[in-house]
Design a protein around this ligand. Structure first.
Ligand SMILES: Cc1cc2nc3c(=O)[nH]c(=O)nc-3n(C[C@H](O)[C@H](O)[C@H](O)COP(=O)(O)OP(=O)(O)OC[C@H]3O[C@@H](n4cnc5c(N)ncnc54)[C@H](O)[C@@H]3O)c2cc1C
Ligand code: FES
Ligand code: FES
Length: 495
């Protein structure tokens, strides 16, 4: 098998090939220290503030057309940028002309100390290039992943609105200057498309810290994936590193033995099957939201609106959220309530196995994945006519916050079947089967009786074991869990 010992991407239109040490470092460090593109700032290094925002479009990966989206470069690894087109703040505007967002930021006094400014400009450029209506809501939604400590935000929102007006005054001129037009001409696209057909195998024996071998593998087929995971069962699967990048930057986890799935084309697919939507391991949460919307599964699409920020959702995968197995992860309760299952590649046998998600979470951060296994797909049944779904997330602030308690409920409108799942009330995402049993209707019964509901709530309190942490006390979580469940059950329409 012919492999590459380098990764490749375009950076503001110039093709780069990167080898060695840099593969294992963050994109923001590479931009700032290797390429001297210091417009990209790093403030939190945790994906929270957006100062490091850059634009990224996959090229030749998956079937989708190239599309630039805003991502956080501080928690992305350079190795993962393989097969991407990247644009930084330095690539927006030209030497003699600012882009509409830069111009409006200046005129609206949207910048004071300036540290957050490049991130806001990049995020709002992404908004403009989507070609949709720019109003106050759009500006705020596209900048929920950006923090500013100086301006009080109003001048920035004003700048976004003014930029929208500039775009709409001369749409043709704007269109001719978009990042896609400027930075993805045919030749570079072809070069990346050709490169991503070859697997990556980078092995570094020299280590300045004397810690031994480091490797980065990116197979192009499931067969190669099974081979590499069998050889290195303790390697780390790299999704988009929105979880891994944070713990890496905090020095809590080394990322030295990496297997990335980004070159396996079939893992980018979202396919409708008789048993639900089959979502590949490389599908991002933004892609998933679009797929839900396309299928008319609006309640499922909306369940993703309170997940992190646009920058995170543009890169984070659904599989990463499941495999991470956080008891306060947002998608597991949704998936449990929908009765989802996951397809796992067993590295020992090379076989694939469907596992119902309610048998996947075994203990705190412990899953049914054995060393070397890989989560390949998630299959999500979509609500049908006469079925109801609702997700409720409680967190300290609306945007970009992890939940304290979350609850998802799927039910038939006639209440003849119900599935209930929680986040934040146990060591794992929790499917409340005992409560579902209590809520089973007897023959002729049209809805739940008061004693039945009271008994279900008592069972809930008996079963859950919430902890006290900075997001909420045990007592508070108990009250929340019961309150949210009562609210959702109460709101299920009768037909
Ligand atoms: C600022 C910020 C805000 C966030 N907000 C939220 C939020 O609101 N709600 C929420 O639930 N989460 C949130 N997260 C957490 C994170 O974004 C999600 O968990 C995300 O879905 C992880 O996906 P990833 O592709 O980045 O995974 P990675 O970080 O790449 O991986 C996470 C873990 O899963 C493993 N893994 C990844 N893919 C596979 C696979 N296919 N097979 C086996 N193992 C795999 C990795 O080895 C790793 O252990 C937030 C993170 C940040 C930085
Ligand atoms: S530096 Fe704050 S999100 Fe990257
Ligand atoms: S201008 Fe100073 S942080 Fe925004």
């Amino acid at each position: 098998m012919k492999t590459r010992d380098w990764v490749t991407f375009t950076l503001n239109g110039v093709v780069k090939e990167v080898r060695g040490e840099w593969i294992f470092k963050t994109l923001s460090d590479y931009l700032r220290y290797e390429r001297r593109l210091t417009g990209t700032k790093v403030v939190c290094a945790e994906g929270d503030c957006g100062a490091c925002t850059v634009l990224r479009s996959p090229v030749g990966l998956g079937s989708a057309k190239p599309r630039f989206e805003a991502i956080n470069s501080c928690i992305a690894l350079v190795g993962q940028m393989d097969g991407s087109a990247l644009v930084t703040i330095e690539g927006l505007g030209t030497l003699d002309r600012m882009n509409p967002v830069q111009e409006s930021m200046m005129k609206s006094h949207g910048s004071q100390c300036g540290y957050c400014t490049p991130g806001f400009v990049v995020a709002m450029t992404w908004m403009l290039e989507k070609g949709k209506l720019v109003d106050e809501r759009a500006v705020k939604n596209h900048t929920t992943g950006n923090l500013c400590r100086c301006t009080g935000y109003q001048p920035i929102v004003e700048a976004g609105l003014q930029a929208g007006k500039l775009r709409d005054q001369d749409p043709k001129a704007f269109e001719s200057q978009t990042t896609l037009k400027r930075y993805l001409p045919g030749t570079q696209k072809k070069e990346l498309e050709k490169a991503v057909k070859k697997p990556v195998q980078i092995v570094l024996k020299e280590d300045p810290l004397g810690l031994g071998l480091r490797y980065f593998y990116a197979p192009t087929t499931l067969k190669e994936l099974a081979w590499v995971r069998k050889k290195y069962p303790n390697s780390t699967i790299l999704g988009a590193s929105t979880d891994l990048g944070v713990v890496f930057n905090k020095g809590k986890r080394d990322l030295r033995h990496l297997v990335s799935l980004h070159l396996i084309q079939e893992l980018y697919a979202v396919k409708k099957t008789p048993k639900g939507l089959a979502v590949g391991a490389r599908v991002t949460l933004s892609d998933l939201r679009r797929a839900f919307e396309k299928e008319g599964a609006n309640a499922l699409a909306q369940s993703l609106d309170l997940f992190a920020s646009p920058q995170i959702k543009n890169s984070a995968t659904l599989s990463g959220n499941i495999a991470n197995a956080s008891p306060i992860g947002d998608t597991p309760p949704v998936l449990l309530a929908m009765g989802a299952d996951v397809l796992v590649l067993r590295s020992k046998t090379g076989k694939q196995e469907w596992i119902p998600l309610d048998r996947f979470f075994l203990g705190y951060r412990k899953t049914a994945l054995k060393p070397g296994d890989v989560l390949l797909k998630t299959r999500i049944p979509l609500p049908k006519k006469g079925e109801y779904f609702q997700f409720f997330k409680n967190s300290q602030r609306k945007d970009l916050d992890i939940s304290c308690v979350s609850c998802a409920v799927w039910s038939k409108a006639d209440r003849s079947a119900v599935r209930i799942a929680f986040g934040g009330v146990a060591a794992t995402p929790y499917r409340a089967k005992a409560i579902e049993k209590e809520l089973a209707l007897k023959k002729g019964q049209k809805t739940w009786s008061l004693p039945q509901l009271q008994s279900a709530m008592k069972t809930l309190q008996d079963q859950i074991q919430p902890v006290t942490d900075l997001r909420g006390s045990t007592a508070y979580r108990r009250i929340l869990a019961e309150g949210i469940l009562r609210k959702i059950l109460n709101e299920i329409p009768t037909s």
